[in-house]
Design a protein around this ligand. Structure first.
Ligand SMILES: Nc1ncnc2c1ncn2[C@@H]1O[C@H](COP(=O)(O)OP(=O)(O)O)[C@@H](O)[C@H]1O
Ligand SMILES: CC(=O)OP(=O)(O)O
Ligand SMILES: [Mg+2]
Length: 421
């Protein structure tokens, strides 16, 4: 624990580490609490594909290294090494809380929780609902639990935000008992991000969040749209698992389930898991383009005249537009479209291509604002629907949830200490 003087008051400074394992990346932020100052932030990028690298920003400095990172286990090891090597902390004990993004939280977890053995078991049980993510999330949880047994460990779930969806938006048209007995329903994902960008958008538009109809487009290696009404998730493109919805880096998005059966026969595959693995790891941008899972590479190939790369980009854009149309109708109106995550935040051409498809509705991008990126309103003032670029900050949301949990724990303690009358 350290002390810091801010505006004349003596503050006890604690350090919170937040770990965000995505399918292609591992991000982390080290915060000073309560000031929320980011002491260090890091991105381990392109996990499992060529050209992987690590970038850490700390104390006005930047560390960058191109290094092979085969999987999330290697990424977590690298994170630990960097914490020490770059002297981001003097000793691990300085970290008093660790927050973990967990993708699948099922029906049970509708808010962030303190991680104990029971929570670990449940996250493990939910792995079938996010096979690219929950095992990687658990890996980080277990390593840090072992290294920092006394730190407060918290799990924040991607699915939690979507608990507000009405039944007509989360039920599938399948036997109802599947939902009742086995929890088969749409859970969605990226909820921590959709929640964050919706709040930011309301502040940028200077309107109360609960009066806005928004569509948040989280376009990263995994991608999902979320229709946000009354400040809450109303509908989302990911389903029972993060496999469905949009075209993604390596995931197919929506397909007719009959093709699973058909292709198993054609490819002489007997194990359904093998088929799901093809739809999860060999499809999407990678499968269609044959070039790469990374949108940067696919756009470069498209510009060089590669037709399959152009088709992959066209499918990516088309599926986003399809769902924007659906949610516009479902919400009976739309005030703002938000672009976020790796592609949404950084790709000027993808934002342009999506908005070009919406031009007939009066959506107009300001090309200068679009090229600038960052946290910005990127539509023209006369656009019928505002378009916003909002860099997501899942880590900040997780760190704030940790503070809420700390407050609740303090309140519970003080309740316990109250003398019995
Ligand atoms: N400038 C860019 N143009 C297009 N795509 C980009 C750009 N920068 C990053 N990306 C894309 O962002 C993806 C990573 O997004 P991110 O949200 O970090 O993914 P995840 O959290 O799902 O691992 C990469 O796969 C890459 O395709
Ligand atoms: C749920 C999901 O797809 O997450 P990410 O985009 O971080 O891989
Ligand atoms: Mg992500």
């Amino acid at each position: 624990m350290q002390y810091s003087e801010k505006k004349g008051a003596l503050l006890i400074m604690e350090k919170t580490l937040v770990i965000n394992s995505g399918s292609s990346s591992l991000k982390f932020k080290l915060y000073a609490i309560p000031t929320e100052e980011v002491l260090a932030s890091g991105l381990i990028d392109r996990i499992g594909i060529n050209g992987s690298s690590v970038t850490v920003k700390y104390a006005g400095k930047k560390y960058h290294e191109e290094v092979a990172i085969a999987d999330h286990a290697v990424a977590v090891e690298l994170l630990l090494e960097l914490l020490r090597k770059l002297h981001l902390i003097a000793s691990l004990d300085e970290i008093t809380a660790v927050g973990h993004r967990v993708v699948a939280g099922g029906e049970e977890f509708d808010h962030s929780v303190v991680i104990d053995d029971e929570v670990i078991r449940k996250i493990d049980d939910l792995s079938d609902m996010a096979r690219l993510h929950n095992p990687a999330n658990l890996l980080g949880i277990k390593i840090f639990k072992k290294l920092l047994p006394n730190a407060l460990a918290v799990a924040s779930f991607d699915t939690a935000y979507h608990h507000s969806m009405p039944a007509k938006n989360y039920l599938y048209s399948v036997p109802y008992e599947w939902y009742e007995k086995y929890g088969v329903r749409r859970y969605g994902a990226h909820g921590i991000s959709h929640r964050y960008v919706a709040r930011q958008a309301a502040a940028m538009l200077q309107r109360p969040l609960d009066e806005l109809k928004l569509i948040s487009c989280h376009l990263g290696a995994g991608a999902s749209l979320c229709a946000i009404k009354d400040g809450l998730s109303f509908d989302t493109t990911m389903g029972f698992t993060p496999l469905t919805g949009l075209t993604m880096a390596t995931r197919s998005g929506d397909v007719d389930v009959e093709l699973v059966n058909y292709m198993m026969k054609k490819l002489k595959i007997t194990d359904p898991d093998e088929m799901i693995s093809i739809l999860t790891k060999d499809s999407g941008l990678l499968g269609v383009s044959g070039v790469s899972s990374d949108m940067r590479d696919v756009i470069a190939a498209k510009e060089a005249g590669n037709e399959r790369a152009a088709m992959a980009v066209a499918l990516f854009v088309k599926n986003i537009v399809r769902y924007i149309g659906q949610y516009y109708v479902e919400m009976k109106g739309l005030d703002g479209i938000i672009f976020t995550a790796g592609i949404g935040e950084n790709s000027v051409p993808i934002r342009q291509m999506v908005c070009d498809e919406l031009a007939f509705m009066g959506v107009k991008l300001d090309p200068t604002a679009n090229a600038k990126g960052g946290e910005n309103i990127i539509s023209t003032p006369d656009s019928t629907i505002s378009v916003l670029c909002v860099p997501t900050d899942e880590e900040l949301m997780i760190s704030r949830d940790i503070e809420i949990i700390k407050l609740q724990q303090k309140e519970e303690l003080s309740q316990d200490e109250k003398p019995l009358l």
